[in-house]
Design a protein around this ligand. Sequence first.
Ligand code: MN
Length: 199
Amino acid sequence: MKHELPMLPYALDALAPKMSRKTLEFHHGKHHQAYVDNLNKLAAGTRFEDMPVEAIIREADAGPLFNNAAQVWNHTFFFDGLTPQQKLKEPEGMLLEAIEMSFGSFGSMKEQFSKAATALFGSGWVWLVIDGKELDIVPTANAYNPLKDGKTPILTLDVWEHAYYLDYQNRRAEFIANFWDLVDWEKVQQRFERGELKK
Ligand code: MN
């Protein structure tokens, strides 16, 4: 199986100025592409050769193959969770209820997520996940993905410097604040409904 770089679900300049064309050209066209290329090279001739990315993440041990497979999945998931035309400013229905149950309010969830993203040292990701009977916010280092721990991601933010440096330089907090205006809550709701909370 040859893995391929998925197309972005919007134009390169569609998220500007909060995420510029230049950032997406590099982040999607160079970084995400490089993870795909590395994954193909590393999986070739191994038992992982014909496995979907998610299966590689679940089965591979820590190391270059895991890192590149996870980075492929993480970036696809991240870019797919953004939209240039936010129909919902916040989630509705069952997802909103679950957020209120787990964090008290939508505002409090955003605050905790933003805090985790600001505090994450070095490179990594912050995730909103389904963890059994509740939602949780999980920061992970480098490429690590909560699927590895049996959790179901429904939203993520990339806080590697390459995600924001061209637009924000060292101002990570500003990048995080603007991220909320790009989240595709309809998509996050669909992911939540597919994953569901355990009763
Ligand atoms: Mn990235």
